[in-house]
Design a protein around this ligand. Structure first.
Ligand code: G6P
Length: 462
């Protein structure tokens, strides 16, 4: 049994863990922080405890690390589950991302997707099997009466199994994405809808970044199960201290120096994202193209800095979107480039200090998702920005609930409207820019990763 600091044992379980392993030239295992919003928002608070974090092995190096049992590194105690590659593909690609992620972000091209056929039902069985394996891992690891924090849409079925096999555990679920409304959920067969929602309702409570997603979940449960489980709303928060430490570090300074050399004294529109269809990256570039066409005064005076890195490349939908993004960038740069000026500065390397350099430098930050559970970048930007930068934000992002007083709204589907908002933001007077920036920063500082973690623990106690 693991000794623990808090008054009882805490086990965290998620698909992606806090550590990603690689092998160096000498063949030694190297641990570095895992990617994505879940890890960056949950990591800081968990590292402060001696919770056990259970996750899936995502690479051969992860699998090698898994073979050695529990790993203590970077302040984390991690146990990774080795899942057979084809079982993982069905659970992760087919069900988690191509179905549940697309369902909850409203991304389906309904005449074609989803296609619930024999192949999909086999993948659903694989999803069930991985959820059972992770639940059994938790059952083996958790002390009596432990709190289990179950994170995200990959693990929808764990709560019901824990409730059945270990009723002493307090399992609290958190959903990182939007939750769809009952009409949208009906694309799934009824027995799958029931199993999915029963799995989630098996937890003591289900948490969401926004009241909108909680309300949708409750409406789905009411329609499908005839009951409404306990929910709570607790938006995640960036770790302001960690962000500022990295932003003031040598790597970020060097990245900012080379960015300044590239853009000079021009105004910067920036975005920092995974290359992800729901982030609406293509429409963001089309709006910039409209700006350059209809407001020629911005040509050679603005640069669009896009630090966006590939994600979920095992999926055809993401490969196609990646290609579409690059094609639009190439077309716009070919059409508008002039000596000494490239309209879009695209960098697809996943480099956190470099991303923070763009957040320090932007005059306008574009965050225009078609839908987003929260969007941490919209809070991270104002925390490190040094230019009184403005945030253009889609109200379809969960973070809109916290930033709507100071961000400028953009309808994610309205390319012309987004171009007009870019023009307005670039023209904003200095006093209003500063007031908006100060208000965004204050909102972003209101909550910490510890507050978010404490909200989850509290939801399991009440
Ligand atoms: C979103 C999800 C997280 C996921 C992250 C990165 O933030 O809510 O659960 O870890 O994207 O996606 P990936 O598929 O690479 O883990």
């Amino acid at each position: 049994m693991v000794p623990h600091v808090s008054d009882h044992h805490v086990v965290v379980v998620s698909n992606r863990g806090p550590l990603a392993f690689t092998v160096d030239d000498a063949g030694a295992l190297i641990a570095r922080r895992g990617a994505g919003g879940l890890v960056s928002s949950l990591g800081p608070a968990v590292a402060a405890t001696d919770a056990t974090w259970i996750a899936c092995a995502l690479s051969d190096a992860d699998r090698r690390a898994a073979a050695g049992g529990a790993i203590d590194a970077d302040g984390f105690r991690v146990r990774t589950l080795d899942v057979a590659p084809d079982l993982y593909r069905q659970y992760y690609d087919v069900v988690s991302n191509a179905t549940l992620w697309f369902l909850n972000h409203g991304l389906f091209d309904l005449p074609r997707r989803p296609r619930i056929d024999r192949r999909w039902m086999e993948a659903w069985d694989a999803y069930r099997k991985v959820n059972v394996a992770l639940a059994d891992f938790v059952i083996d690891e958790a002390d009596t009466g432990a709190t289990v924090l179950v994170h995200d849409y990959h693990l929808s079925l764990i709560g019901a199994r824990l409730a059945k096999e270990r009723p002493d555990l307090r399992s609290v679920y958190f959903h990182h994405t939007p939750f769809c409304d009952p009409t949208t959920l009906r694309v799934l067969p009824e027995d799958v809808r029931v199993e999915l929602l029963e799995g989630l309702a098996g937890n003591r409570a289900c948490g969401f970044h926004s009241p909108r997603w909680a309300a949708n979940f409750e409406a789905c449960c009411d329609e499908v199960l005839g009951r409404v489980p306990k929910t709570y709303v607790a938006p995640a928060a960036p770790d302001a201290d960690d962000l500022r430490a990295v932003a003031s570090g040598l790597e970020c300074d060097a990245a900012l120096e080379s960015l300044d050399a590239a853009v000079g004294d021009r105004l910067v529109i920036a975005r920092v994202d995974r290359i992800e269809p729901s982030k609406n990256i293509v429409r963001g570039f089309l709006a910039y193209e409209d700006l350059l066409r209809d407001h020629p005064q911005w040509r050679e005076r603005v640069v669009f800095v896009a630090y966006i890195y590939p994600s979920r490349q095992s999926m055809p939908e993401y490969q196609a979107y990646d290609a579409e993004v690059r094609a639009v960038v190439d077309r716009i740069n070919a059409q508008y480039s002039a000596p000494g000026w490239t309209p879009i500065l695209l960098d697809t390397r996943d480099d956190f200090p470099r991303s923070l350099a763009a957040l320090r430098r932007y005059d306008v930050l574009l965050v225009n998702p078609v839908r987003d559970g929260l969007n941490l970048v919209a809070k991270e930007g104002p925390l490190v920005n040094e230019r009184d930068g403005v945030v253009l934000l889609s109200p379809e992002a969960g973070v809109w609930d916290e930033l709507s007083d100071a961000a400028i709204a953009v309808n994610p589907f309205d390319v012309g409207g987004t171009a007009a908002a870019l023009d307005l933001a670039l023209n904003l007077d200095p006093v209003e820019r500063h007031d908006r920036w100060a208000s965004l920063r204050e909102a972003a500082e209101r909550r910490s990763p510890q507050d978010w973690f404490d909200d989850q623990l509290a939801a399991g106690r009440d």
